[in-house]
Write a protein that binds this ligand. Structure first.
Ligand SMILES: [Zn+2]
Length: 379
């Protein structure tokens, strides 16, 4: 598949970096729990299937990592955000099994799911297959390398900005002296950048998928069957989904992100179809791209309803000739804020940061469809 235009890639890189830090805005920057790794829960979903997830939504958001222990080896779905994070989850895995990791599959190309690969390769010498959808391989090749250069520079620049503001005592967001609380948060972010993110982001090495697939590939190891699907576009141009048919476990990648969907530059119509396809697999355990494993469809259905509403409302807005700004003002996100946050302040803030992205994605899709319809001969 053809890669995206450069300008689009750059804007996506900027968005991802901003959101991974909570926000580039000083007023909204979230302080990580500490200057080091986040805490990971390591839980058994069903026998031989374990997931490492980050329960907190403070600071840097790390993608889930799922481990399937086969007869002779271990299959890993997603590689975590940083080598240090991946080393931490590998240590947890090694308390469960001494079998080697021999296959890593990626749900998509975003760095919080890919950048920890080198730690797995170092921990398990020998042949390891890296599997991704055709478009994810293409995106890692074309988008991630560009993003890496930007991200490494971004963290260094951001650290310098924090340090100079802390030295001057003035909060660049408010232009006023830091309050003690703001200063504390800025010190924590600065420490996290210095000790955790900058050293690692400058040393990430890239490992392209060695196997890619268009729609489906199945892996067998003794009694284990692992189905990898691509249902089409969704959160990205081609998200990978893993299904264990005997264990009834599905791993969705960021087609499903808890507690708020990540809908930046996404494809809402195809995403909705992909979620229906995930649901049709009939899994009894759902492992999302972020957050704890789930055992019912309540959250998947909420996300599907939200994306459908945003798709329909933005279509109406484009038909009525509204600008994106006007559409964003008109579309009422308050009921969805309540449905996702359930009164939780931190989730509410996350929804306020992420929710409007679904409007922007829906609007862009509706505009593309309207343009294509106008270009059709006979119209
Ligand atoms: Zn993610």
């Amino acid at each position: 598949m053809r890669s995206q235009p450069v300008s689009r890639r750059r804007s996506l890189a900027a968005i991802c970096v901003a959101l991974l830090l909570g926000s580039t805005s000083w007023a909204r920057a979230q302080a990580p729990d500490s200057a080091g790794l986040p805490h990971f829960e390591f839980v058994q979903v069903v026998p031989d299937v374990y997931v490492a997830y980050q329960p907190s939504i403070d600071g840097l958001l790390h993608g889930n990592q799922t481990f399937v222990i086969n007869d002779s080896d271990v299959f890993v779905f997603d590689a975590n955000f940083t080598p240090a994070a991946s080393r931490a989850t590998i240590a947890m895995l090694k308390t469960i099994t001494s079998k080697p990791v021999r296959t890593i599959a990626y749900s998509h190309w975003h760095n919080d799911h890919v950048w920890g690969t080198q730690a797995l390769l170092e921990a398990y010498p020998g042949p390891i297959n890296l599997i991704a959808t055709d478009s994810t391989r293409d995106d890692i090749l074309h988008e991630d390398q560009e993003k890496h250069r930007e991200v490494a520079g971004f963290y260094t620049t951001l650290l310098a900005a924090y340090d100079s503001a802390l030295a001057s005592g003035i909060d660049p967001g408010t232009k006023r002296p830091f309050t003690p609380e703001e200063r504390g948060k800025a010190v924590a972010v600065s420490a996290s950048l210095r000790r955790y993110m900058v050293p690692q982001s400058d040393s990430i090495t890239y490992h392209l998928p060695t196997i890619s697939f268009a729609r489906r590939i199945t892996l067998y190891d003794g009694s284990r069957e692992i189905d990898l699907y691509c249902f089409g576009r969704g959160n990205t141009r081609g998200d990978g989904v893993v299904f264990l048919p005997k264990e009834h476990v599905v791993m969705t990648g960021d087609l499903l992100v808890y507690p708020v969907p990540f809908a930046f530059e996404a494809y809402l119509t195809d995403w909705i179809a992909s979620l229906h396809a995930v649901r049709a697999l009939g899994a009894t355990h759902i492992i999302p791209g972020h957050g704890a494993p789930q055992s019912d469809y309540a959250y998947l259905d909420l996300v599907t309803r939200f994306l459908t509403a945003m798709r329909d409302e933005t279509r109406r807005a484009v038909r009525a000739g509204l600008t994106l700004d006007a559409a964003t003002k008109r579309i009422d996100l308050a009921p969805w804020h309540r449905a996702f946050a359930h009164g939780d302040d931190a989730i509410g803030k996350m929804f306020d940061a992420y929710g409007p992205a679904a409007i922007a994605s829906g609007y862009a899709e509706a505009e593309r469809a309207a343009k294509a319809a106008r270009a059709k001969p006979g119209r």
